[in-house]
Design a protein around this ligand. Structure first.
Ligand SMILES: CC(C)(O)CC(=O)SCCNC(=O)CCNC(=O)[C@H](O)C(C)(C)COP(=O)(O)OP(=O)(O)OC[C@H]1O[C@@H](n2cnc3c(N)ncnc32)[C@H](O)[C@@H]1OP(=O)(O)O
Length: 257
């Protein structure tokens, strides 16, 4: 498969997607969305893949939606075409996705990182929702997801002032799960993804589904949902294997069954 705007590779059981529009600091245009959707769906359907890493360049994970592509869009077209709704499709990827962020993750770039399951930040990362400086507001989930990650006060600060947050602040406030030296970013993200990919895929996918449910439901419903998924795992060979391996002091051999 040929991609115009991304590089797609596999590293063992990990799918690696690298944004590749260096001249535009990986700005997200319609072609990037189309390419990313095909790649993510391909990895999701590939039984040999257990986790996905998405990264950009040293200078920019992505500097936002493509402003030059957006600037002439008429209201009627934005509304009728439901501009950016396609990114919701990306969030339906069921395997774990790690965003490995170095440099700028602004606007849609920050929103893309937040669509992933967690963010590993390089010490050079800079996150922001600067849409207000362009006369608009976030349109790919920034006002909703950033608020859930960092709370109302910081989300308001970021979206209303358009200021950037460095990697240390992003980790402190819960946006990034960890910060690593820039030179080690992709290797660290691949290592984390490879570790995930060694576990039983159904239990990994159920863990992701259960955590995501916490954002969509009440605590009582979420707890019930978690228990039902937990119970269902006892139908799998991998639960028997995982617990037997512990008792026998050996490494489990998961078969995803
Ligand atoms: C999805 C929504 C609805 O939420 C909306 C958005 O995402 S709106 C976009 C939000 N992002 C921004 O506002 C950031 C825009 N970029 C910048 O502020 C700067 O480029 C920078 C601070 C990230 C980096 O500055 P600098 O090092 O000085 O590089 P530049 O010369 O500015 O950029 C290099 C090159 O990239 C092009 N570029 C950068 N960002 C975008 C973008 N978002 N869309 C399109 N093109 C972008 C920039 O124009 C330069 O290209 P040339 O003009 O030299 O051809």
């Amino acid at each position: 498969m040929d991609y115009e705007t991304i590089i797609v590779e596999t590293r063992g059981k990990v799918g690696l997607i690298t944004l590749n529009r260096p001249k535009a600091l990986n700005a997200l245009n319609a072609q990037v969305l189309a390419d990313i959707l095909v790649a993510a769906k391909g990895f999701d359907a590939d039984p040999g893949i257990g986790a996905i890493v998405i990264t950009g360049s040293e200078k920019a994970f992505a500097a936002g939606a493509d402003i030059k592509e957006m600037q002439t869009i008429a209201y009627a077209d934005a509304y009728v075409q439901d501009l950016f709704v396609g990114w919701e499709d990306f969030t339906r990827t069921r395997k774990p996705m790690i965003a490995a962020v170095a440099g700028y993750a602004l606007g849609g770039g920050c929103e893309l990182a937040m669509m992933c399951d967690f963010i590993i930040a390089a010490d050079t990362a800079k996150f922001g929702q600067p849409e207000i400086t362009l006369g608009v507001i976030p349109g790919m989930g920034g006002s909703q997801r950033l608020t859930r990650f960092v709370g109302k006060s910081k989300a308001m600060d970021m979206c209303l002032t358009g200021r950037m947050m460095d990697a240390a602040e992003a980790e402190r406030s819960g946006l990034a799960s960890r910060v690593v030296p820039a030179a080690e970013l992709v290797e660290e993200a691949l290592k984390a993804a490879a570790r995930i990919a060694e576990f039983s895929l159904p239990s990994v996918m159920m863990a992701k589904e259960a955590i995501n449910r916490a954002y969509e439901t009440t605590l009582a419903e979420g707890l019930r949902f978690e228990r039902r998924l937990f119970h269902s795992l006892f139908a799998l060979d991998d639960q028997k294997e995982g617990m037997a391996a512990f008792a026998e002091k050996r490494k489990p051999n998961f078969t995803n069954r």
